[in-house]
Design a protein around this ligand. Structure first.
Ligand SMILES: C[S@@+](CC[C@H](N)C(=O)[O-])C[C@H]1O[C@@H](n2cnc3c(N)ncnc32)[C@H](O)[C@@H]1O
Length: 432
């Protein structure tokens, strides 16, 4: 049974696998999704290795568990080529990281990954098993497990096994690539975060499909239970849809809902640009760490023009305050013009926000990143650039860890431990 009976832009036919048949043709948004997943995993491994070596140069092992809860059959067709699906992307990136991160190292860094691939359809897991076997992977239940069944029935066992293998770190990435919007029960995502605090969840969510089909029917009311929406929420969302805020307002409501139910502190709620069907698909990254959020948003900037969101990139873009009339809200697309406009807006609005933060006591760069992470499309490096500009303009000073004010004229880079303070002296060019 489908989690919801509608047919989405991601037509269900494009996700059917059978070992005796060719894999399905890939659609553009699935390609975009896999591209971001690949780029994200690459950066995740790089960062993990840097952190591990910075903490302890002698530690040689790096553990990570990767869970693909809606794994599909493993490959797609792209014209007459065969493309890897998400399980192969995960396996391929772990392998690539082993080679890349060990280049030129005498003491090898062991990248110790465990993979869980789950799909409810037997013909899909059969296809996946075949694909893995053809590529020389051994599905022995030690490194790679393929499970046929519902994600919701298997997740508890997976969490337990991750905690047994990694009692302290519990480092894991869950990809929950559902078709539609109601297959993933959001309280299960909350459960993942409560048991594995360093876990990250990447969730697809057909938000536009939900918006288009909003109705106060018993069927719809039942369908939205997994995402914790009630009849009165549906009523409000229908009002929004028909009112001024329109689609943008609904997106923000849903975003807040997802964050509050899952208790993820950080998210990147960007949409894969709709294809001909004009139905945008949300690719939402949820985590409890601002750095994880920053790594994901960097990938959106690197792979420009595939993702979008209402707003102009500055503060409020992802909040409520900019919404008046969705017809007039520009779409943010991670392009050059978007970046220029975002910077201009941040230069205007950051001083007031920083003043609020630093007026009582100095605030570290790290803390500033945490506070603003969810409010803008800016990477931490973009925020730092704006702060540097404000310091150069004499609006703030930077206190180094030695307790001395850093010279405005020589300041080119901020450290996470630097502190932002209100200027002690008025800025007189050439004085510092
Ligand atoms: C969008 S496809 C996955 C595509 C795959 N992630 C990729 O990119 O290669 C969604 C898959 O989820 C499976 N599925 C749907 N509901 C499920 C559930 N509750 N538990 C596990 N699998 C489910 C479907 O059978 C389908 O194969």
């Amino acid at each position: 049974m489908l989690c919801s009976r509608f047919r989405w832009s991601t037509s269900v036919a494009s996700f059917k696998w059978n070992p005796s048949e060719q894999p399905p043709q890939i659609e553009p948004h699935s390609k975009a999704k896999l591209e971001v997943l690949r780029a994200y995993l690459r950066q995740y491994f790089n960062r993990l290795a840097i952190n591990r070596l910075a903490i302890n140069r002698r530690r040689k092992e790096l553990k990570l568990d990767l869970v693909d809860g809606f794994a599909g059959g493993g490959t797609f067709q792209d014209g007459d080529k065969i493309l890897p699906g998400s399980p192969l992307v995960m396996l391929g990136e772990a392998e690539a990281a082993r080679l890349r991160l060990n280049e030129g190292r005498d003491k090898k860094l062991e990248i110790n990954c465990r993979f869980y691939f789950i799909d409810k359809e037997k013909s899909h897991t059969d296809h996946l098993q075949q694909v893995l076997k053809e590529r020389g992977y051994e599905v022995d239940g030690k490194e790679i497990t393929v499970q046929t069944g519902l994600f919701e029935d298997n997740v508890e066992g997976v969490i337990r096994s991750i905690r047994e293998r990694q009692p302290r770190a519990g480092r894991a990435i869950f990809l929950l690539d559902q078709t539609g919007f109601s297959c993933v029960k959001l309280d299960l995502v909350h459960r993942i975060f409560s048991k594995l605090t360093t876990a990250e969840v990447i969730l697809t969510f057909a938000a536009d499909a939900l918006v288009n089909h909003l109705a106060k029917t018993p069927e719809m009311i039942k369908m939205v239970v997994p995402i914790k929406l009630t009849e009165s929420h549906i009523h409000d969302l229908i009002e929004y849809r028909n009112g001024n805020g329109g689609r943008a307002l609904i997106q923000r409501t849903l975003r807040n809902k997802i964050r509050s139910v899952t208790q993820a502190e950080y998210d990147t709620p960007f949409f894969i640009r709709p294809d001909v069907s004009r139905r945008a698909l949300w690719f939402i990254h949820l985590s409890r760490h601002p750095t994880a959020r920053d790594v994901m948003i960097q990938q959106h900037w690197n792979i420009k023009n595939t993702f979008e969101h209402y707003g102009t990139g500055g503060f409020g873009m992802l909040g409520w305050d900019t919404i008046r009339d969705s017809e007039n809200i520009p779409l943010f697309e991670f392009g050059k013009l978007d970046k220029d406009e975002m910077k201009r807006q941040l230069l205007n609005s950051l001083p007031e926000k920083l003043f609020g933060l630093a007026s009582e006591q100095p605030v570290t760069i790290d803390a500033m990143h945490h506070v603003f992470a969810n409010q803008t499309a800016a990477r931490f490096s973009d925020l730092d650039e704006v702060v540097l500009q404000l310091v150069k303009d004499g609006e703030f000073d930077i206190l180094g860890t030695n307790g001395k004010i850093r010279s405005r004229l020589q300041l080119t880079k901020l450290k996470s431990t630097d502190q932002i303070i209100l200027p002690l002296k008025p800025f007189i060019p050439g004085l510092f």
